[in-house]
Design a protein around this ligand. Sequence first.
Ligand SMILES: Nc1ncnc2c1ncn2[C@@H]1O[C@H](COP(=O)(O)OP(=O)(O)OP(=O)(O)O)[C@@H](O)[C@H]1O
Ligand SMILES: [Mg+2]
Length: 239
Amino acid sequence: MSDEPYLVINDLTAGYGGPPIIEGISLEARPGAITAIVGPNGAGKSTLMKAIAGVVRPSSGEVKVCGQVTTGLSADKLVRHGMAYVPQVANVFPSLTVVENLEMGGYNRKSGVRERIEELYELFPDLRPAARRPARTLSGGQRNMLAMARGLMSDPKVLLVDEPTAGMAPKFEAAVWQHIVQVRQTGVAVVVVEQNTRRTLTHADWAYVLVLGRNRLSGSPAQLLNDEEVVALYIGGGA
Ligand SMILES: Nc1ncnc2c1ncn2[C@@H]1O[C@H](COP(=O)(O)OP(=O)(O)OP(=O)(O)O)[C@@H](O)[C@H]1O
Ligand SMILES: [Mg+2]
């Protein structure tokens, strides 16, 4: 069971009504692993996440969560199937407090909201002292942690996170990654989209490289980083 992927994408094509933005994408994400989707600006990473998360309706292909076909289901229904999605922007309610944001994330729970919030304060210690503050007063890094914690309120099997470290100072970037690694340890299948390929590969268990809406290649970070051509074309030398 533990080896069965929690998320399986087969030949997924999606866009915004015009020509497809992503085409023929297949990937898997396993429990207790970080699966990275990397690639240049405009490659279609966010569109792929939206197509998986039910924000954009795929025109063909299949999405399966824990063996169940969920293609085309709304984001709301997908939560019940064990999917949580943290978008690249607008991922918290700025005027609501931290605890209110967490409660919203747990809206579909029948019980255990308090207990789950406590567990998430353990995982994201910065949030506890900020519980009664509006989310807008948090730093960018803390806000992204709140967004992840909010997604985790529903006890998802699959957590999709779009660019959790975008525009962050290296210190905060490191803290966010540390938290993502801790979420992996809880057995969730974490799917992370990032532009900073090299940094992402140091944390990921498996990576897919997206270029112009297509899955150009995939492999373990070690495989990708040891291939000079791959590094020259898609990864580069920077940190
Ligand atoms: N709502 C939309 N309507 C129409 N086209 C869109 C929309 N959102 C994105 N696109 C187009 O889809 C393409 C892929 O965009 P997407 O945001 O998926 O890329 P990305 O890889 O996430 O880029 P970034 O690294 O900048 O976040 C781009 O050409 C973009 O202009
Ligand atoms: Mg994006």
